[in-house]
Structure formats: C-alpha cells, structure tokens
Design a protein around this ligand. Structure first.
Ligand code: PLP
Length: 392
C-alpha cells in the first residue's frame, strides 16, 4: 500500500457477532447475511467470516455482486434481492444464484426461457414498502402455478421487506397482515424458506411464527440497536407515551432493549504526509479556516473522494484530538498546536473515535457511514492476527 489510507476490517469480530446473534436468537433455520455493496463496504472477503459465524445464506443486490461473492464463497446459496435481467439468467444458474421473482410479467417471461438446469427462485411480496414484489394475491397465484409447472424452476422461498422498524407502529402489524393476505392464495407452508425481517425486526419484535428465515445486515457489522430505558423524567414520560400509543393503536409487542454484545469491525486510518507551521491570521485550505494561534497544519492523504470531509470534525493522533480545518477531494488539513513528524499514524475512527460518535456528529446512521467510505480506501482484513490488504 503506497498511500497509507486504509480501513481495517476485523474478521474475527464479524464471526463473533454472528455467533452472538445466533446464540441469543436461535429460533431461525436460515440466517441470511446481507452483504450487498461489498458487504456494507467491509469488503467481500468478509463473507468468509460471516459464514464461519453461522450465516447459511447470503443476500446481495445484483448479479455482479453475487459473482464477486462467489470468488470467495463457492458453496453457500446467494439470493439476489433485485430481479436479474432475463438476458443474464444463465449466469445466475451457473453461479448458483437464487432469483427474486417479483411480478407476474417477470414470471411469464422467465418460464418461456430455455432453462437447462435448476433455477432456485424466491417470490417477493410487497407488504407495504411499494418498492418490489407481488401486491395482488391472484397474480401471485397465477405466477406460482406457472413457475411450479416448470421442471427447471424450484420455488424455494417467499419474502418481503418491512418499510418501517415497527416500534409502536401500527403499520408494522399492517404489513404482516398484508403479507398473509397476499400469500393466502399459495401454499405458504409448503415453501421451504419464508423470510420477512431484517436486523431491527429481529431485535424489536417477537419471532413471526410463519417465518423461518431472517435477513441480517447492519447488526452483523456491530449495531445491536438496543435502546436502553433511561431513568430520567424525560425517559419515563417517553415510556408512558409509548405505552399509551401501543394501547390506542393496539400495536403488537415491541422490545426496545436487548443484551446483544456486538462490536464494530471497521476502523479507519491514515498518516501525515506533510507538515507546515502556520501563524495567527493565516487562512488555510480553500479559505476555509482562519488560524487563531501559532501551530502546524498536518496534511492527511484522505478526502471526500474517500468518504471523509471536514464534517468529521476531529482526528486522533498520539493521545491528542485534533481539529479538521480543511478538506479537499483527496486530502484533509488538521490543525495542531504541536509538531508531529511525517508518517505519524492518524485515526479517523476506531478505538478513540467510535463510529457511533462520528455518526452523531455527522447526523447520519451507520449504514450511510459505512457506505460512504469509498472503495479507493484499501481494506486490510485481519483474521487471527494475520493481515491481508485488498483493493476492491
Ligand atoms: C431486502 C433487504 N433485506 C434485508 C436488508 C438488511 O437490512 P438491515 O441492514 O437493516 O438488517 C436490506 C438492507 O438494505 C434489504 O434491502
């Protein structure tokens, strides 16, 4: 690695996270690891750590992503959550990728194809997100019957995706009801895998009895989403309001607090590549910051093209939290009252600046933070104390 800007990905942490989740929520048969967008930007190699922990199905967004995952994991089934263009169905079969069938029109075209090998499919149901999936029970039945007749097609699963987290939210219950209404035209019990939930569903709701699969994304990467009940008056009032809403709208039970012990696996580092003295009254960067005391500008080879801009506010260097005073596409400028030498390691987030605090400062969630750390940043996979640099 020439440009020393890198994200470390601790694979052992990912494995432990999966084990912990399965230990605390053991009632599913299928634990899908959602590894879209380069495993939430942890790097596709992370699929091996997730599988080691117990994930037994993977889910991605596109055939391209599935093929990248296949380079690392040859056996595990992979569900493509978006419909794959029919021109590429053979690539899906050849790579053992499970297809999403989400409309009657798609099913009608699919059965006309000359399939020579078994194609596994999951039927997507639109239970309220209005994004993908069957929304009409009769159309679902027609598609089911057509697909069932085809000797090369195996209807392996049915799924849906919640539009809401469902905490004190009557819309969550409505989505479950809609799913059951739409699927009443097909023999749901005969379909091997039924999956509706994601990370928040797992921790916030009792298990849905008819689901034996759960798709897990952000939770695998270290976010337990536990919301501790505080003891302050404000927390007590909030709890009262929630209980009142729950009764008023007859919402099903939600669980806010959980005892999952998970860790984040990604840390982001760079190092100083230049240093210069600055004086009171100097203006640095693209005229972004006026210096008010004598000190130094440290130049770091990381910028908004890597996903880091001056909204990040601080970096950590050798026991000091130093202010970011300028950003460019490729570099950040940091003010330091004291001199550091070139080549000093800099933490953008990690042990001293936790991801959760960066998210708070930036006003974004962990999904956005992970996904904005671009692929230009080298991923250093750590596995049982061995390190491997990978550029995706
Ligand atoms: C269809 C589908 N299922 C599951 C997930 C995983 O969600 P989460 O990261 O909240 O667990 C996603 C994430 O975008 C998704 O689109």
């Amino acid at each position: 690695m020439q440009r020393k800007t890198y994200a470390t990905i601790n694979g052992d942490i990912l494995t432990e996270n999966v084990k912990e989740i399965i230990k605390k929520y053991p009632d599913y048969k299928y634990y899908f690891g959602v590894v879209k967008n380069n495993a939430y930007h942890h790097g596709t190699k992370s699929v091996l750590d997730l599988i080691k922990g117990g994930v037994n199905y993977l889910a991605v967004s596109s055939l391209e992503e599935a093929i990248k995952v296949r380079k690392y994991a040859t056996e595990i089934p992979i569900l493509c959550l978006e419909p794959i263009h029919l021109d590429y169905i053979m690539d899906a079969i050849n790579n053992n990728v499970t297809l999403t069938v989400e409309s009657l029109e798609y099913a009608q075209k699919l059965i006309k194809m000359d399939l020579y090998d078994t194609l596994k499919i999951h039927l997507a149901i639109d239970s309220g997100m209005h994004r993908l999936g069957f929304f009409d029970s009769e159309e679902l039945k027609e598609a089911y019957d057509l697909l069932k007749e085809n000797p090369h097609i195996l209807i392996e699963g049915v799924f849906s995706h919640f539009a809401t987290s469902g905490v004190m939210d009557p819309y969550f219950d409505k989505q479950v009801k809609t799913f059951l209404e739409i699927t009443k035209s097909i023999p749901l019990k005969e379909i091997p895998i039924v999956h509706m939930g994601r990370s928040l569903t797992l921790v916030n709701h009792p298990k849905l009895s008819f689901c034996n699969g759960i798709r897990l994304g952000i939770i695998l990467y270290g976010f337990s989403q536990s919301r501790k009940e505080g003891k302050s008056l404000q927390s007590k009032l909030r709890k009262l309001k929630r209980t009142w809403l729950q009764k008023k709208y007859k919402c099903s039970k939600t669980i806010l607090e959980n005892d999952l012990s998970l860790k984040t696996a990604m840390e982001l580092y760079t190092e100083t590549i230049s240093i210069r003295p600055v004086h009171k009254g100097d203006v640095v960067g693209y005229n972004t910051f006026k210096i008010e005391e004598e000190g130094y500008i440290l130049t770091l080879p990381i910028g908004y093209a890597d996903g880091v801009n001056k909204s990040f506010k601080y970096v950590y260097i050798n026991g000091e939290y130093l202010k970011i005073v300028g950003d460019c596409m490729d570099m950040l400028l940091v003010f330091s009252p004291k001199k550091f030498s070139i080549g000093t390691k800099v933490e953008i987030f990690g042990t001293h600046i936790p991801i959760s605090s960066v998210c708070k400062v930036l006003g974004i969630n962990a999904y956005h933070l992970f996904n904005q750390i671009s692929n230009r940043v080298v991923r250093v996979h750590i596995h049982e104390n061995e390190e491997e640099e990978i550029t995706y």
